[in-house]
Write a protein that binds this ligand. Sequence first.
Ligand code: ADP
Ligand code: MG
Length: 492
Amino acid sequence: MPAKPFPELSESQTSDLKESLLQWTLANGLVMYPPNFQDFSANNAPITLFPTPLPKSSFQNAQDVQKLFNELYINLILKEKSWLIDILRKLSKFDADFTGKLFEVYEKAIEQSPNKKLIQPLSLGLFRSDYMVHDTTNEIKQIEFNTVSVSFGGLSTKVGELHTYLNKSGYYDSDYSYQYYDDEEIPISNSINELAQGLADANYYYNDETKSTKTVVLIVVQPGERNCFDQRHIEYALLKNHGIKTYRVTLEDVEAKTTVNDSKLYIKATMDEVSVVYYRSGYAPSDYEVNPEKTWAARLFLEKSKAIKSPSVLTQLSGAKKIQQILTKEEIIKQFLPDISETDLEKILSTFVAIYPLDDTPEGQTAKKLALEQPEKFVLKPQREGGGNNIYKENIPGFLKNIDEKEWGAYILMELIEPPKHKNKIIRNNDIYNEDIISELGIFGTILFNEDSGKILTNNNAGWLLRSKFSSSNEGGVAAGFGCVDNIYLYE
Ligand code: ADP
Ligand code: MG
């Protein structure tokens, strides 16, 4: 059955829906702080009025490959660490100020640890694999695999609950105020609970496989974080479902607020022992810019402690764009997932579009030609996270010509995915926009592993996120102000 059209509402119905929607967001924490906020006042997060259609099979495929992707990325560390380190060392030369600094933290942490070995072999990945659906084939195509500070797991659950509320209340039906979508057509992401579960798993293994509520989770956050409610939902679930307390600290305040004794990390004020350090900061150069010395020192200080890091520096670096390019090759996938079945291998491979290096290899030479001659088919990505860094289409040749060709190797050239457009409505603050949107599906996953034994202790799917943006804009960062949180409407 093709997708139902979006609800068509009269002006007064839209106005009723808007009032209910806004009150629901404020009542339930589907909110963000506005720019220059004061602690007591938050705005509705930018969201869609309706869920956006997504083929059921595309969604299923994205779910199916998540655990494989979790395992693939951590196997870089578990199975081929020296290979990974070689690549990261080269990347560090191109990007000394950021990748280089992170890599330095990794090396120093080992160097300064007893027996030149990290004291905590356990590591937690809270990952998100992002896709767009290819318009003509309905295949999901991977945009990127995120290994650090993945966001919107909190608000995603909330937007699903909101759409469900509006649907059940009859706001989507213009004639009889019936339910417009069946319940199972608009599922709710359980990402809040699942991500909290990931943190609780790490807490459990930190405490030698006991469910201790004595240890706490330390969340490293950005100063003045406007998206803190997204994080708070996970914290509340961690306390409610598992009895585990959380503390929030900025990188700059790590030194003042924490202390280490016998490698164990403690909150100074309470002497609570920290089982997990959960980064919602530290993924972009700007996170270290204000006070570089102090913030980089804080990262090293935490890395050396016995607390489980989510992620460890090495796990964070394994999500480098360059690594993603290398991992699109069949022989590499087989090398890192030696037991993979033919079906699973095909499933993973079907999620890749072409990604090229821009180096001196024969493949790189071909790619350089493509970048200059057919730029309209590509996006150029530097080694950066967090949005706003990519170079698109016709801007690529000029950009490349402006930098030394030796530096091109730091970039990857990726085929553009052409997702379908939908005429959903976006509400931001008090305004409703009705424009073509395109959507990006993110699948969350949690994985806990032991670097020493090579053992994977837990590996799970952890819900999803749909983010949408005007099809006229290239980038989709919600917090950055040009995207919104959406939810899926599954159709066959
Ligand atoms: P970042 O680490 O900054 O999030 P991404 O690789 O996710 O970098 O790219 C940012 C945005 O650019 C994506 O959210 C998506 O909207 C767009 N984008 C990235 N790669 C592609 C692609 N291959 N095709 C179409 N759009 C893309
Ligand atoms: Mg991204």
